[in-house]
Write a protein that binds this ligand. Sequence first.
Ligand code: NAD
Length: 288
Amino acid sequence: MEPQGTGDVRRAAVVGAGQMGNGITHVFAASGCAVTMIDVSADAVARGRDTIACNLDRQVRKGSLDAAAAEAALGRIATATALDAVAGADIVVEAATERPDLKFGIFADLDRLAPAGAILASNTSSISITEIAARTRRPEAVIGMHFMNPVPVMQLVEVIRGLATSDDTTQRVMALARALGKVPVEANDYPGFVANRILMPMINEAVYCVMEGVGTPEAIDTVMKLGMNHPMGPLTLADFIGLDTCLAILEVLHAGLGDPKYRPCPLLRKYVAAGWLGRKAGRGFYQY
Ligand code: NAD
């Protein structure tokens, strides 16, 4: 049966099955799209699929989705471990590890493997969409589609236009984000865009406060929660995002804007070097 799709997208592919990739796959499938989730790691694909099943089930228990719709959504998801599974996709959303060289390679491959008319979107938190697009022969069809974590819950999608992104691509992706039940906001392509340009300096400063002994992680998070009405303290949020991802974003801000105010805190580097990557590793500023 032809998938019903959402807007002008019937078939999507998502590259990366980690916390963001499986969340993006979840929302596409729940909106009626056939979606293929691809990861180099077969383990990550299996874990990603389990996470989606678990999260759909939670939505059913909460009453926000009926059981038949959840089952149908799961049935629209295919998985793969090689990029050639993007053949036939109307849009590819890349959500692989936040490393420029990795994303540049993936986009050069996607340009070869995805259909000529397909949009190539990146969920990057900070890497230049213009630079990613330059690795393809279709820079007008390359765009940032920055979902927030956890994807099924968070409303925002930051839509980032690279230098060459066309109006048509932008309009189609804005409409797609709305069809997925999200609120899209357009941003231009500068390091960190809007979300992480503002968020990461705050997280980094919180890490400096830990390093300098200004307060314990619990104290710092409580100040920001109760004092500033943030739903989650910055160190809890950093653990949730992944400390490797936070460090990678700060490196992009530091290199791209050249201002020492973005220099990553040495304690953040130390935690990442130790493999204390936050919630996904069982340990970061807190233990899980
Ligand atoms: P993650 O570590 O949970 O998952 C990354 C996945 O990418 C892993 O499963 C890995 O095996 C896979 N991968 C690596 N190389 C690959 C390749 N060549 N092809 C296919 N898959 C590959 O990371 P994440 O938190 O899901 O982040 C993914 C992207 O989303 C990053 O660009 C990150 O900046 C962005 N992002 C993250 C958050 C967040 O809160 N974590 C929020 C918004 C955007």
